[in-house]
Design a protein around this ligand. Structure first.
Ligand code: FE
Length: 350
């Protein structure tokens, strides 16, 4: 009798342990640098579809990388979302990601928009949406043909006209890293020097501030990520929409190597205790419905092959036609950022 009791209680504790493990499997810890309120619905849909709950920690890219380094192998993170190729590359170099093998992700996401495979064949991170780095200009004072490529931002014809956020911001480090890939070191450093000579003001503010600078007449030409412009175009505020009516939009380098495209992307955390759940989440983000969410919620382009989307601002920006984007591997862009930062220091690009 006593024996049977012991056995029964042992069985009960095994069952308890098993259900605790199961319950643990139904949660993933997400460290996210996506600063877009529209993503909330996306996470709720994932939980509804899979039963896996998401514990979210919000920070910026640098904050997430610093936190994961500090936490080391004790990190509770399962999945990471960052919003720039240079940062994704940084996280990979710092060994924060677990390369994964997923036939779903590999079929959905083009090879140039994900990391180079690791030694074991797994992929350290995946681009999940794209954003173009655009040129906007004053339609009255500036001729479009003088600003239709990144190279022309450094042309003396644009002296005193250029507004751009800090050169060291990841969005610019990635653009400059791409230009380095296309033009080589000598031309790239001269180009950066030429941009410094053309500045209307010392770099300050975010991308939206540069668009506003063009609308107010302070800047003749500026650089911005596409979704900031699309956000103003789709804004409920008439003032925001009026801003976009005053600026011309260029997808640079259509006649040469194409417009620089950056990614927001995701990775499984190196020390995840729920690799299956984390992988499932990334696969979900590559699905047609999640990809549509990126397009409609934050005005980004889907990356997954064959996904169609409907976004009035993105369509208006490109006149309904596809634009030519660069085809260099996005992983090379991140790898160039150290060289680019040294150039910025040499030419005095703040
Ligand atoms: Fe942003």
């Amino acid at each position: 009798m006593k024996k049977r009791l012991i056995l029964a209680s042992a069985l009960a504790s095994v069952t308890l342990w098993a259900s605790a493990a199961q319950a643990q499997e139904q949660v993933i810890n997400l460290y996210s640098a996506r600063h877009y309120s529209s993503d909330e619905a996306l996470y709720n849909d994932f939980t509804k579809a899979t039963g896996i709950k998401i514990n979210r920690v919000d920070s910026d890219d640098a904050g997430i990388i610093a936190r994961m380094k500090a936490e080391g192998s004790a990190s509770p993170a399962d999945v990471i979302l960052l919003v720039d190729a240079a940062r994704l590359w940084r996280g990979e170099q710092d060994n924060l990601f677990l390369p994964i093998k997923s036939a779903t992700l590999e079929a959905a996401i083009p090879a140039n928009l994900r990391a180079t495979p690791a030694a074991n064949g797994g992929i350290p991170w995946f681009g999940l949406s794209t954003r173009a780095r655009l040129i906007v200009y004053d339609k009255v004072k500036v001729k479009r043909e003088n600003v239709d490529s990144y190279e022309k931002l450094a042309d003396p014809v644009n002296k005193g006209k250029l507004c751009i956020r800090s050169g060291s911001h990841p969005y610019n480090l990635s653009l400059f890293g791409a230009v380095l890939e296309h033009l080589g070191p000598e031309k790239t450093e001269n180009w950066l020097k030429g941009m410094v000579a053309n500045m209307a003001r010392s770099p300050k503010g975010g991308d939206t501030d540069q668009i506003k600078g063009v609308a107010s007449g302070e800047c003749g030409v500026a650089v911005t990520n596409s979704y900031y412009l699309a956000r103003l175009m789709r804004s409920n505020s008439p003032e925001d929409r009026a801003i976009t009516e005053r600026v011309g939009v260029v997808f640079p380098n259509q006649s040469t190597w194409g417009t620089h495209v950056n990614v927001a992307g995701g990775a499984v955390a190196r020390h995840s205790k729920n690799v299956a759940g984390a992988t499932k989440f990334l696969e979900y983000l590559a699905s047609a419905s999640a990809q549509n969410h990126f397009a409609n919620g934050n005005n980004e382009w889907p990356v997954s092959v064959g996904v169609t989307f409907d976004n009035s601002a993105l369509k208006a920006m490109t006149a309904g036609k596809p634009f030519k984007s660069e085809t260099i591997p996005i992983s090379a862009v991140g790898a160039n950022q150290v060289k680019v930062q040294q150039m910025l220091d040499r030419v005095g690009f703040k």
